[in-house]
Structures are given as C-alpha cells and as structure tokens.
Design a protein around this ligand. Sequence first.
Ligand code: DAT
Ligand code: MG
Length: 150
Amino acid sequence: MERSLVLVKPDGVQRALIGEVISRLERRGLRLVAAKFMQVSTELAETHYAVHKGKPFYEGLISYISSAPVMAMVWEGPNAVAAIRQTMGSTRPTEAAPGSLRHDFALEVGRNLTHASDSVENGANEVALWFKPEELVDWNREVDRWTFEK
Ligand code: DAT
Ligand code: MG
C-alpha cells in the first residue's frame, strides 16, 4: 500500500481549506494514517525542501512553509502517490487540471496550498521525516473492500 505525506500549507490553513483538502482525499477513497497540526521549524523546512536548495525560489519557500501552522498528514491507498498528486493538481495552479485543488483554489506557484510526495520512495522518506512510527495508525475500514481491489 503506497503512502504519501500531505501538507495543507500555511495559505490553505489561513484560508480555512483544511476541511476541503481532507474531504477530497476521503471522497477519493484514500485512508488517513496520521495527522497533526503544527508549526514548522526552519530546520524541518530546510530538510524537507533540501532538493530545492540553491534555486531562486528556495528562500521564499522556506519562509512560506514556516510562516504559520500547517496540517501535516499521511494518507495511504493503492496508487496513493499518483492519485494524490492528481487531486492536488500541477505545481503551477494555472497549469493544474480543472477540478483539482490547485486549479480550484490557487493562482500562484508560491501559494499553491498543498504538498504531496512525488514518488513512493519520497513518500516513505517524507513520512519518516515528519512522523514518528508510533504516530502512524494501522487500521481498516468496513468499506475498504469496496474501494481497494486487494
Ligand atoms: P510540488 O509542490 O508540486 O511537488 P516542487 O517540488 O517542484 O512542486 O516545488 C516545491 C514547491 O516550491 C512548490 O509547491 C512551490 C515552490 N516552487 C516550485 N517551483 C517554483 C517556482 N518556479 N517559483 C516559485 N515557487 C516555486
Ligand atoms: Mg515536490
């Protein structure tokens, strides 16, 4: 079962869109594994976005993600990484598919509401960075057999 880190970034929290994000992931059939509302330290922001260090937008990205609280979550399901990226939409909101979160709720790449892991491997690494093992909940839903083929 694939897992992805999902963040509702500070703009999403300030704009009262936490529920919208959760609702869309729930409706998709994905299963919530962990959640915490938290202030991101500069250290965590820098580790999380280490791959972007040196890029022109890096400094702005670090201050944006640590400027106000975020809702950090782990979601799982078959093809969860691709499904969640699709629900979020492309990085640039003006390129995001109609109906995706970034299309429906964002205008600028620097205020694009959410983060989602971009590969299964990065998903596992990001979950380990943001959550302790004991914060991850293993559970089943009665409806899982109607959503998950196996
Ligand atoms: P994503 O968040 O879709 O995985 P990414 O990993 O390429 O996108 O970049 C991380 C974040 O950095 C992205 O959500 C917004 C910001 N960002 C990316 N490219 C940018 C750019 N060209 N200008 C400003 N911010 C950018
Ligand atoms: Mg990314």
